[in-house]
Design a binder for this molecule. Structure first.
Ligand SMILES: O=C(O)c1ccccc1NCC(=O)[C@H](O)[C@H](O)COP(=O)(O)O
Length: 225
């Protein structure tokens, strides 16, 4: 399966240009007022309206109510809804049915025990995104630039595409892709020069590093492919 690369927290035309010209497959727009990457519905609609089919548009929300989702869906016409809160499997299924749009559920991970809910979410979501679990009391549920132990995902096969995020950057994304089986990678703070400020150079470096990385499982030396 081709690798999906998502640049998240895109909040300006320059950041969007950088992501699209680097060849990102998905661009994420954050609606979460506490975030330095937050976009109001109208601002998100204006920015997302310029994507023009060059990448999939992902709308990220945290425990959204139906009204907010309806506003975002109408204004932005996303290809994928990223649910980054404490949404239950029932809520994920309801949102998917209500809007007829693919849903990516984020699962926060620190240890193997955090994977207990994978089957329930794999049954209702189109994709799963594994992100670092934030510390208790953290200001943001994601976009914190924190890495978790990728080996926790070793051998995981939920029957849905798996994306990885959490502290990825141009320097470590190849190691992540070599460590576990992944269908995609997602980055936000690792391609920023300051919180909420995307760096076009880092975006390009990230996409290049991810595209050229050997992916798990790596070929065993001397063995025919
Ligand atoms: O980016 C935010 O500010 C944010 C706010 C609320 C929920 C999620 C948020 N970001 C999630 C992402 O950007 C990515 O999906 C992912 O977690 C990457 O984060 P990072 O570790 O910064 O690369």
């Amino acid at each position: 399966m081709a690798l999906d690369i998502k640049i998240c927290g895109v909040n300006t035309p320059d950041a969007l240009d950088a992501a699209l010209s680097a060849g990102a497959d998905l661009v994420g727009f954050v609606h979460f007022p506490r975030s330095p990457r937050h976009l109001a519905v109208s601002d998100m609609a204006r920015l997302a309206g310029t994507v023009g089919g060059r990448a999939a548009k992902v709308v990220l929300t945290v425990d959204p109510d139906d009204r907010l989702l309806r506003d975002l869906v109408e204004a932005v016409a996303p290809d994928l809804l990223q649910l980054h809160g404490a949404e239950t499997p029932e809520r994920v299924a309801a949102i998917r049915a209500m809007f007829g749009i693919a849903v990516m559920k984020v699962l926060p991970v620190r240890t193997h025990a955090d994977l207990a809910a994978v089957p329930a979410f794999a049954a209702v979501a189109d994709r799963l995104l594994f992100d670092a679990k934030p510390d208790p009391g953290a200001l943001l549920p994601g976009g914190n630039g924190r890495v978790f132990d990728w080996q926790v995902l070793h051998g995981l096969d939920p029957g849905r595409p798996i994306m990885l995020s959490g502290g990825l950057d141009p320097a470590n994304v190849a190691q992540a892709l070599a460590s576990v089986r992944l269908d995609g990678v997602d980055v936000s703070s690792g391609v920023e020069s300051a919180p909420g400020i995307k760096s076009p150079e880092k975006i390009l470096a990230f996409v290049r590093a991810a595209r050229t990385a050997p992916r798990f499982p790596l070929p065993v030396e001397g063995q025919a492919t």
